[in-house]
Design a binder for this molecule. Sequence first.
Ligand code: HEC
Ligand code: HEC
Length: 218
Amino acid sequence: MNLIKAVFRSAATAAAALALSLAAHANEPAAAAAKPDLKAGEAKAQQVCSSCHAVDGSRGVPTLPILQGQHAKYLASQLEAFKKGQRKGAQASVMAGKAATLSDADIRNVSAFFASKQAKPGSAKNSATVRLGEKIYRGGIAEKQVPACAGCHGPTGSGIPDQFPRLSGQHAEYTKSQLAAFQVGDRKNGNGAMMVTIAARLSTAEIEAVADYIAGLH
Ligand code: HEC
Ligand code: HEC
């Protein structure tokens, strides 16, 4: 009995030690990874991205995402996904061509550059649906098992670095197009699977309402 306990205890200790060493290792590459070069990121953005996203990733064309202030790790993950052709659809194929020209260092640098900027707040445009949008964002839709968007993307839509993208202030047109892309399975890459289930439960009217509300969120 004691032996079993001892074995169990040592196994538990070993597991804890392993967890610690994994954690230590997890930190290592992050610390050792090359630091992003914001100047190089800005130069690359000017050269390759500015024609569509504006030089600083600010409020450009409504169908294109605002990149300013988006979390660097999320931006990098999406650039990788475009590069590998994992984000699908007509709009995504435009990006795939651009992402294909980027090296790992370019991705790290442009992502850090856009993340270092701060987007100007936007506004909701449709007063008739803003309450419905707010209700969905803050409370979800219980009868359809739609969770509150705020649960992951945060009460102000700022997201959580490394986990959930920022949504606040995003162009409604772009948000709508992405919820539709999740619905049809064009965005199943990475953590997109989480959104596929959620988007599938939303009607077009609900998407319109929540996307408009998000545009004014800050
Ligand atoms: C020819 C126009 C064009 C150029 C140039 C361009 N993009 Fe895009 N970008 C788009 C379009 C269109 C989308 C939306 C894609 C979709 O709907 O899936 C997009 C989406 C993105 C996204 C996804 C954002 C999100 O919130 O998920 C990122 C990141 C991005 N672009 C970064 C860049 C970077 C970095 C560059 C320069 C290296 C660049 N883009 C150059 C058109 C462009
Ligand atoms: C369980 C957590 C979770 C909940 C709840 C959630 N999301 Fe998301 N959402 C995510 C994750 C994770 C991503 C990033 C997916 C990826 O990496 O492709 C995301 C991405 C998105 C995007 C794409 C952003 C961009 O820049 O392209 C939109 C739009 C979005 N969510 C809207 C919503 C809305 C609207 C709701 C509420 C109806 C919601 N989300 C609820 C986790 C969640």
